[in-house]
Write a protein that binds this ligand. Sequence first.
Ligand code: ZN
Length: 331
Amino acid sequence: MKKPKPYGFVPFNDRVEREQIVGREELRADRCHGKLSIVITALTPLLVATGRLERVGDKLVKGLTMRNGVPVIAGSTLKGMSRAHAEAMSYSCNLYGRVNYGKLAEVNKYPCNDQVKIPSNVRACVACRVYGYTMKQKQNVAKGLVDFTDFALEGEVGQFVTVSKIPSLYAPLRDAKALHYYQNDEDYLQKKMYRHGKPQTHTGAEYQVVEAGAVFSGDLTFQNLTRDELALLVLSLGAAQGERKFQCKLGYAKPAFFGSVQIEVKEVVPYARPFLSNVRSFSKEDLFSWAESYGQDEFLREQIRRVVDHYQYDRDKHNEWNRDRTGMKSY
Ligand SMILES: [Zn+2]
């Protein structure tokens, strides 16, 4: 029987909702400010590689991204993934879609900051407000309202680092774009997202990988987020509880079924009373309940169902590539 492909598609929204941006200058009393402590658990081996050669025993293999001798998932990697998921779950402009395709709805053809000379007058979509965007006139970048630290491997490094073959077509650099954009037969833009499965390690060059079971930890700090924006952030990581929980894909070789992870919110630290007067506090339970009720209309709730359904690791973890007539595995 033909096995399913290691990717699926989620359609784009074709409308953008924009609001006045709120900067970082002052902490507003009606917004949320604080820190999320996040843990990332590898469900399959994870490949976050630099391409630099490392000596392992008597051979040279392609090494992992390290900081001070500890493997890390770069904050920018997690941020990019989070943004792509958040775009699918909101009425946001689509950075990559806009660059590559001309058939987006009229409203989605322009970046949020286009044609505005005074930055404080910018009206931006939720993805641009939360994650930031490039300012055309000033050639610099508006930072957004969330910062991602790097995520460092916890525990004994040697215990979780090993060497694995990676099918060469899906090695780093050739696989740099995790999420691709396609138009279907009706010219609707869709996002290509990789599915979970069983890592294909039968062929290819050797890389250092972090083994399944490894745990990475780091923080997200944020200011001036609305409840909905904070809910979207939690949802975009697959870190909601209950029916909206899912497992993400991170790092390289995703089509070869590497990089399945569960992201969880370990702790919520609101920056509120007693540190800041007049600012409302909130708990982890508040956050999960906002994530549960997020979605102003049926279209957004359906988009969330599609993303959640796409990323169910337990259902798909035995997926493998097909073998062709000559016995070669491919998809
Ligand atoms: Zn935007």
